[in-house]
Design a protein around this ligand. Structure first.
Ligand code: BGC
Length: 760
């Protein structure tokens, strides 16, 4: 490339506007990148409100989709979104999110699949294949170790290499290797001292060299501050592309020799390939008539619902007649989460409408409000009078938008105060709990409920799905893709210092989710993999057959022993030998969902390979089989494994930890300490919140920016969209805040930094 050519192509590395790639003055077609991942949030450029987007289908969110454990269904949902993307002229859908649920409190858990990397990887792979088979790209996000929303743009995830590879990167690895997503979205956070967008180990050593990824790496929106540093480390595209500050600096850095043409060319050619493959101009249109997105959303909502309790066969409801429905969430159904994945969907019937449609006579009382946690005695009193009239009562409750959403974490596992008070006053009479929410919550009142059906955030068809399941028109078959703890202090990373520090040590190491509860023998409320059905299944005839090397075939039979058809999710766990170094007690290594008519029996075969018996050996720099005798356990959940058999695996005899060190030794930039910035060290990488403590100009700007958000969005201060915007202003790096402000000159940022650096 000669100098002129390079200069012309350079803008390819930075977007044009909020959602488009750069056309380099008409030399290339532009790609429209759009959220994702539970439907399309396609926005025009210059739209200020997050929720002002094209109308489209809202599918269940990832936590619900994962509870289906259904690879085919995930592919179907992906396919449907891909087809909608074609109709909307979208080239790349920003998803799926495969980050591991490190804590149930992460505000964005509803957008992620699981606490288990194998399950998350399988779900992500199927989703990507579904979207991309339409010639539409995906963006696998958020790479990597982005496991909290508090300080999501400035925190430094400190994770030892073995934990990183075995837990936090593993789902990304399988998606990259098995589904080749068009792009990988690089997260906001730092990883072991380096900003993810500037983390060469992550973007080059692991993603490119180890996994062989050939697609484009794109920054999360506003995560790239310094293009030269980022491109050198392996980033190809910064998004969005607002203003020219970053590109101008890149040009200067080229002139100064900070970055060479050889370092830039691969990124440019990857961008050219992306544009060539995914530009709208290069694909055929398919008509809307060929698919039925709402039907797919309904199918997914039905499959992702989990029946958590069903005493005395309370469900399905025996007859259609008079019924009490208590809880505002029945009327204002919560079916999706707030933030960048929020879909502008067509109006849908609520639970009350659907019950009436199904032939019920509904007595409804809201009992609480969803726009506040405050207890309303009058609403409670009205609701309580419904109880005891001999009719079945459905209580609709769960997490509201105030509790969870992008940009903020939950503070506790509890349901909102007004719901807890209502439940207390409802007494303990035969209530059916129909619950909603993207993550687990504490259910200390479970013994007051005869049944509990959890709908997650089931997308636009959730109300219909709920009524079909309550009445037995459909049989619940979802299983939990995450553990529901009894209480917060039982959770693996409950002692995190995220409120007060940027330095987040992943001290629990490998013991995340059920790996923690099982290894430390802590009883969960509902274990990983658990879920009831209106029928029962029996497992038998486990057969373990050795193949080449450590390949093993696990075969067994599952029979529907009940009276109605249903689907079972059969799970295979491998129990690790007690090797004298840290390994989880057991790990999910395979699963299959099988549909069975009453009395029907099927043989399931699941193949295990080396990886099922491997640890990440940091000395070798790869996964390696640890020799030993492994127990293969098969059953309906991680805590109910009726079939068991031993098999040997041959590899290396590890006497000590394969990471060669203590797991609590964290690698990376030893001297990084994001908490103690001294005057002289401040830069546009620091958050406006932090800088405002040292700079009066920063303080004024932060106040002003927050006031503008309140004015523009005209919504209550605790509305999820408002909260996300305000958190971004406070916690976002100054560079990102200025770039996305819509016109504040960059000189102001420089002045704030200068002022902060002068302050002693
Ligand atoms: C989110 C991404 C999203 C992007 C574009 C970011 O704030 O973290 O998941 O795709 O915005 O809306």
């Amino acid at each position: 490339m000669d100098d002129k050519n390079l200069e012309k192509k350079l803008p390819l590395l930075s977007g044009k506007g909020m959602w488009h790639t750069n056309d380099c003055d008409g030399a290339y077609p532009q790609l429209h990148l759009s959220d994702g991942p539970h439907g399309l949030r396609r926005q025009e450029e210059n739209v200020r409100s997050n929720n002002d987007s094209y109308e489209s289908t809202c599918y269940p969110t990832a936590s619900c989709l994962a509870a289906t454990w259904d690879r085919e269904l995930l592919k179907k949902v992906g396919d449907s979104i891909g087809k909608e993307a074609i109709d909307a002229d979208v080239s790349v859908v920003l998803g799926p999110g495969v980050n591991i649920k490190r804590s149930p409190l992460c505000g964005r858990n509803f957008e992620y699949y699981s606490e288990d990397p194998y399950l998350a990887g399988e779900m992500g792979t199927s989703f990507i294949k579904g979207v991309e088979q339409n010639g539409v790209g995906t963006s696998l996000k958020h790479f990597a170790a982005n496991n909290q929303e508090t300080r999501r743009m400035t925190s430094n995830s400190r994770v030892d290499e073995r934990t990183l590879r075995e837990i936090y990167l593993s789902a990304f690895e399988s998606c990259v290797k098995n589904a080749s997503p068009a792009t990988v979205m690089v997260s906001y956070n730092y990883l072991n001292g380096y900003k993810a967008t500037e983390n060469r180990h992550l973007l080059k050593d692991i993603l490119r060299d180890d996994w062989g990824y050939e697609g484009v790496t794109v920054s999360d929106w506003g995560a790239c501050i310094d293009l030269a540093k980022s491109v050198k480390a392996g980033l190809d595209l910064e998004m969005p592309g607002l203003g020219k500050v970053h590109l101008e600096k890149l040009k200067k850095d080229i002139e100064a020799g900070v970055i060479t043409e050889d370092e830039i060319s691969p990124a440019i050619s990857r961008m050219e390939k992306l544009i060539e493959k995914y530009a709208v101009e290069n694909r055929k249109k398919t008509g809307k008539a060929e698919f039925d997105p709402h039907k797919t959303a309904l199918e997914a909502a039905l499959s992702g619902a989990v029946l958590l309790k069903n005493d005395d066969g309370t469900l399905p409801l025996k007859k259609r007649g008079k019924i009490n429905v208590i809880g505002e969430l029945a009327r204002t159904v919560r079916f999706q989460g707030g933030g960048s994945s929020h879909i502008n969907t067509r109006p849908q019937p609520n639970i009350i409408d659907e019950l009436k449609e199904a032939g019920f006579e509904v007595n409804f009382a809201p009992g609480y409000r969803v726009d506040t946690q405050a207890v309303d005695e009058a609403l409670i009193a009205e609701a309580v009078t419904l109880i005891g009239n001999g009719r079945p009562t459905i209580f609709c409750g769960g997490l509201t938008d105030l509790a969870e959403g992008e940009g903020y974490d939950r503070k506790s596992l509890d349901l909102p105060e007004n719901q807890l008070k209502l439940i207390e006053r409802m007494g303990g009479k035969d209530v059916i709990f129909l619950s909603f929410g993207g993550s687990p919550f504490a259910v200390p009142f479970l013994n007051k409920m005869k049944a509990m059906l959890h709908m997650y955030l089931g997308g636009e068809a959730v109300a219909k799905a709920a009524v079909m399941l309550l009445t037995g028109e459909a049989n619940p078959c979802g299983k939990l893709a995450e553990t529901w703890p009894v209480k917060l202090s039982d959770t693996p990373s409950c002692n995190s210092n995220k409120e007060t520090s940027n330095e987040i040590y992943y001290k629990e190491g490998l013991l995340v989710g059920y790996r923690h509860y099982d290894t430390r023998d802590i009883k969960p409320l509902f274990p990983f993999g658990y879920g009831l059905s209106y029928t029962t299944f029996e497992y038998s005839e486990l057969l373990l057959t050795a193949g080449n090397g450590n390949n093993r075939k696990v075969s067994f039979k599952v029979r529907n022993a009940g009276k109605i058809p249903g689907a079972e999710i059969a799970q295979v766990y491998v129990e690790n030998p007690d090797d004298g170094f840290i390994r989880a007690k057991r790990e999910l290594r395979g699963f299959e969902k099988v549909f069975l008519n009453p009395g029907e029996e099927k043989t399931i075969e699941i193949m295990l390979d080396d990886r099922a018996f491997s640890v990440f050996d940091t000395g070798l720099g790869r996964f390696n089989v640890a020799s030993g005798h492994y127990r293969i356990c098969v059953g309906p959940s991680s805590r109910e494994l009726p079939l068991r058999g031993m098999i040997p695996a041959e590899g290396k005899n590890y006497k000590t930890d394969p990471s060669g060190t203590d797991l609590n030794v964290f690698i990376g930039k030893e001297d990084s300490d994001l908490d103690h910035v001294k005057p002289g060290e401040y830069s546009v990488y620091n958050s406006l919140g932090e800088l405002s403590k040292k700079s009066l100009l920063g303080k004024i700007m932060m106040k002003l920016a927050i006031r503008i958000v309140y004015m523009v969005l005209k919504k209550p201060h605790d509305d999820p969209e408002v909260m996300m915007a305000v958190e971004t202003i406070k916690d976002g790096p100054l560079d990102c805040v200025i770039q996305q402000s819509g016109g504040i000159p960059y000189g102001i940022a420089t002045a704030i930094v200068r002022q902060a650096n002068r302050k002693k």
